[in-house]
Ligand binder design. Structure first.
Ligand SMILES: Nc1ncnc2c1ncn2[C@@H]1O[C@H](COP(=O)(O)OP(=O)(O)OP(=O)(O)O)[C@@H](O)[C@H]1O
Ligand SMILES: [Mg+2]
Length: 494
């Protein structure tokens, strides 16, 4: 247990308030609604809300001290002033939970696409190898099979460090974590002792937040700088990098640790050769510097070969034998909402996929094109309050790869759904599309269009269970909606 004085001392707070009390600090919290008796409340000036405005609520909930960066008017409890609460928070969270990542084998995965997929593949491989795992990412946080909901792909430091502490206490062997560029930029993973950093790929996304591709690249490189300079015997550090990505050398140069590469087109430490892609699975020869082994899986698409290579290299340097890796991949059924086929005995295919960037959509569509016997119908939207420049590019992918596209809504958030679609339409050069703003109707329509051997791709929402329209959240599940549409169609055909 740490006291307020311990914390002040650790953070070099010299302007210590006249503390006549030195309470034990039971927890640290940045959300006033979640404050519990005995907590230290930290005021963060966020994008939409300012924690300094919620001190009364924090105190009502039992906060015994406050950390702030702006002058406060309440003087009835100790206040620690720092220059930058957001920066102090990462130091404090690491210290408060006794630097848990020093005792955790932590794997950070960054890149525009494939992070979630790679963490899940690793989870399957490590589990097959009888290891205890934890996972943090877009879908959930999981510690040894127990799930916890999270609000951001990479959570804020106090939640993150508390979670790492729980993992260390439960003797987790490996933790796989998606590290978003937002999180790197905002310093959410500051102080985390990563043992392996993985780079999947870089293409356009999040330009609302990072402004330029250079900024986006720099944010992602921070994970590799963060591998540190220390050469460690117990957990040797590795950077694992996609050799086929055009930005490969930036990541290679960002670290002083050992670099291992994977790829298909360029010479690399882990290579996939003789790749056979079909509608029911993938097969390739894995070639390392010393070994060669056949990999067979039900995962579909060339992009999944990259995800498998990233997972294979990571597992391999984490001492999992190739035979276990091979076996685990042969049993993998893929990840929820990532190229997930809707089950049933209909004579066309419906695939749910989380692709929500031009690049990932192109990958998924070209994969489908490579084995499609009939027509391809695409249902796609583009999110509101996010990168606008990708809207026409997303639609253009439909134009290029699909036979027919239905432009619809995908979390318009606070924006006018039709205005978003109008921006998407600018990317359409043909008239092989229609606009249906209601996502359910759009899915119904695509499924009604589908004839024998056709493929319907419902893109953008994957595992998500909600749709945000005009700021309101509605339940929405692509898989469920598609399943019902298929049943309705079959019923009317009877
Ligand atoms: N290696 C890859 N390269 C390109 N596209 C990919 C790759 N892996 C997956 N995809 C596509 O991107 C979509 C999202 O994959 P995934 O959820 O694994 O990415 P992510 O990096 O976690 O994304 P996010 O930043 O939204 O969390 C998939 O549904 C698929 O369409
Ligand atoms: Mg993800």
């Amino acid at each position: 247990m740490k006291t307020l004085h311990d914390i002040a001392k650790y953070l070099f707070i010299s302007n210590l308030p006249k503390l006549n009390s030195n309470p034990d600090i039971k927890g640290i919290q940045i959300d006033s609604r979640k404050v519990k008796p005995g907590d230290l409340f930290i005021c963060i000036s966020g994008y939409t809300v300012d924690g300094h405005d919620y001190i009364d609520q924090a105190i009502n909930n039992g906060a015994v001290a406050v950390m702030a960066e702006k002058e406060l008017t309440r003087h009835d409890l100790p206040i620690l002033y720092v220059k930058d609460t957001n920066r102090a928070l990462s130091f404090l969270a690491n210290y408060f939970y006794d630097f848990p990542t020093n005792n955790l084998h932590l794997i950070g995965i960054t890149g525009t696409n494939g992070k979630t997929s790679t963490t899940y593949l690793l989870d399957e491989i490590f589990k097959y190898n009888r290891k205890k795992t934890a996972l943090i990412g877009t879908i959930q946080m999981k510690i040894d099979d127990e799930s916890y909901p999270i609000s951001n792909t990479t959570p804020e430091p106090s939640f993150l460090q508390a979670s790492f502490r729980k993992m260390v206490d439960q003797e987790v062997d490996h933790c796989m974590m998606e590290v978003s560029s937002h999180a790197l930029e905002l310093g959410r993973v500051n102080g985390c002792d990563f043992d392996i950093a993985v780079f999947t790929n870089l293409s356009q996304d999040h330009l609302d937040f990072h402004k330029t591709m250079d900024d986006y690249l720099r944010a992602k490189m921070r994970l590799f700088y963060q591998l540190g300079n220390k050469y460690d015997d117990k957990y040797p550090k590795y950077a694992i990098i996609n050799r086929d990505d055009a930005h490969y050398q930036y990541f290679d140069q960002a670290t002083s640790q050992r670099v291992l590469t994977y790829g298909i087109d360029h010479e690399a430490d882990f290579m996939a050769k003789n790749i056979k892609l079909t509608a029911s699975g993938t097969q390739f020869t894995l070639q390392t510097r010393t070994e060669q082994i056949e990999i067979k899986t039900s995962l579909i698409g060339k992009f999944n070969v990259y995800n498998m290579l990233a997972a294979i290299a990571t597992a391999y340097v984490s001492n999992v034998p190739l035979t276990d890796i091979k076996e685990a991949l042969s049993q993998s059924s893929g990840v929820q909402g990532r190229f997930e086929a809707v089950k049933g005995d209909h004579d066309f295919e419906v695939i749910i996929d989380f692709a929500h960037t031009p690049d990932s959509l192109a990958n998924v569509l070209s994969t489908i094109r490579s084995f499609a016997k009939g027509d391809i119908y695409l249902v796609v939207g583009s999110g509101g309050d996010r990168d606008r420049s990708k809207r026409p590019l997303m639609a253009a992918m439909g134009d290029k790869y699909a036979d027919y596209t239905i432009l619809t809504s995908d979390n318009p958030r606070s924006e006018d759904p039709l205005a978003i679609i109008a921006e998407m339409e600018k990317g359409m050069k043909t008239d092989r599309y229609l606009v249906e703003v209601d996502r359910k109707k759009a899915i119904d329509q695509a499924i009604n269009f589908a004839k024998k051997d056709d493929i319907v791709l419902i893109a953008g929402k994957g595992h998500e269970k909600i749709q945000i329209i005009r700021g309101k959240t509605y339940p929405f599940d692509d898989y469920q909606v598609a399943k019902e549409a298929i049943q309705k169609k079959e019923h009317s055909n009877e």
